[in-house]
Design a protein around this ligand. Structure first.
Ligand code: COS
Length: 382
């Protein structure tokens, strides 16, 4: 059976996210982009309606959204502002390892407080020398008595400057490399944790990105997720869940760009007629609308597989790579439809193009997604 229909609850959720995006995100997107300012007031509203904690299970105070619900709101929120979408969805990224591997006690301790007041969290995998090759990270956690002593650093950490806790991937057994990796939750106030300077980014400028430094940072052993040595698997299983929403964000960005371009093409007149009447423009629009729809099908399918508990590493990677590539192509083509105006900061097109670029890079570069897809597609070679 194939069924693309949404439930009444999902339609209401989509409508609510669309309204929030249109009213709160889109009109403020340029302001926070320009000032690279954290959108505190808007995030307070996002917290009040539940977007900051939407994936936390209901029994721990969250919205308990399913994977399909999450991709529905991801498309809507990113359609308003990709930077603000990132701030909201990075919370979901940081909560996922705890949702998947945390004990009941750890969920109550770390997730429930996030639902009681506006708080943020970070997922800390990337290091200066360990980006795509996540298994080669250097941060260590040495067990001393009933504590872990953590030393090292992380970079490009979204929400890092505003997080109340960090899920840190580190080596508890450095001799074993990736198989000696573990995931440990570290509260913000832990002595030895230093937040570095905020990065000055090309896009997603409303989202906070920093470097983190750890010097003899001590946390109780109870903060370990799962067991020692499964950190790499925890990271991979988390990313399998969170990559389809990035594809959905790509659809949101592309959709907004196309809406602006269609409106512009209808009203812009050259050679005595609206440029939408030139086949070059019309066919570009047709191609972009088709690609957006194709991306949505891939994203929805990956979310459906996730929800069914079926293997979906390849499909999540396909959803992410295609959704973000479509965002890049569509924002580039729609800017071209705007001509010189598209290149000016007075118009929204160049921001959309800058924002699209990061979707091809974060949560695993698109090259890494192609590696994941090709490994599974090709299979073992004798
Ligand atoms: N789910 C469960 N297990 C997985 C998995 C997944 N999605 N992907 C890999 N594994 C397991 C493998 O089965 C293997 O297990 P064994 O050691 O028991 O055989 C182990 O993990 C190592 O896998 P693999 O050999 O594929 O690891 P590689 O180092 O070759 O590469 C990639 C793995 C490149 C896919 C990984 O490093 C990656 O995703 N990198 C990008 C990181 C990223 O997304 N960073 C963004 C920052 S976080 S916002």
């Amino acid at each position: 059976m194939i069924d693309f229909s949404l439930t009444e609850e999902q339609k209401a959720l989509q409508e609510m996210a669309r309204e929030f995006s249109e009213k709160e995100l889109k009109p403020n997107a340029a302001k926070y982009d320009k000032g690279e300012e954290f959108p505190e007031e808007i995030m307070k509203k996002a917290f009040a309606v539940g977007f900051l904690t939407c994936t936390i299970p209901k029994e721990y105070g969250g919205g308990g959204l399913s994977d399909i619900d999450t991709i529905i709101i991801s498309e809507e929120l990113a359609a308003g502002c990709a930077g603000m979408y990132t701030t909201m969805m990075v919370n979901a990224l940081a909560y996922t390892p705890i949702i998947l591997y945390g004990t009941d006690e750890q969920k109550k301790k770390f997730l429930t407080p996030q639902t009681e007041k506006m708080l943020f969290a970070s997922f800390c995998l990337t290091e200066r020398e360990a980006g795509s090759d996540a298994g080669s990270l250097k941060t260590t956690a040495k067990k001393v008595g009933n504590e872990y002593v953590i030393n090292g650093s992380k970079c490009f950490i979204s929400n890092g400057g505003i997080a109340s806790f960090y899920v840190i991937f580190c080596l508890t057994d450095p001799e074993k490399g990736a198989r000696g990796m573990s995931a440990i939750v570290v509260p913000r106030e832990t002595p030895g944790l230093t937040v570095g300077k905020e990065e000055d980014k090309m896009g997603h400028r409303a989202s906070n990105t920093v470097e983190l430094f750890f010097e003899d940072m001590k946390v109780p052993v109870e903060n370990l997720l799962g067991r020692e040595g499964i950190g790499f698997i925890i990271a991979m299983r988390t990313l399998d869940r969170t990559r389809a929403p990035v594809g959905a964000a790509g659809i949101g960005v592309a959709r907004t760009a196309l809406e602006y371009a269609i409106e512009y093409a209808k009203t812009r007149k050259q050679f005595g007629k609206s440029i939408a009447l030139f086949q070059n423009t019309a066919f570009k629009i047709a191609q972009m609308a088709t690609e957006i729809n194709a991306a949505r099908h891939l994203v929805w399918h990956a979310a459906w597989l996730l929800e069914q508990g079926k293997p979906c590493g390849k499909e999540s990677a396909m959803a992410k790579v295609y959704g973000s590539d479509v965002a890049m192509r569509v924002t580039t083509e729609t800017l071209q439809i705007f001509g010189g105006y598209g290149y000016m900061k007075d118009y929204p097109m160049e921001k959309l193009m800058r924002d699209a670029k990061l979707l091809q890079i974060y949560e695993g570069t698109n090259e890494i997604q192609r590696l994941v897809i090709s490994k599974e597609a090709i299979g073992p070679i004798k």
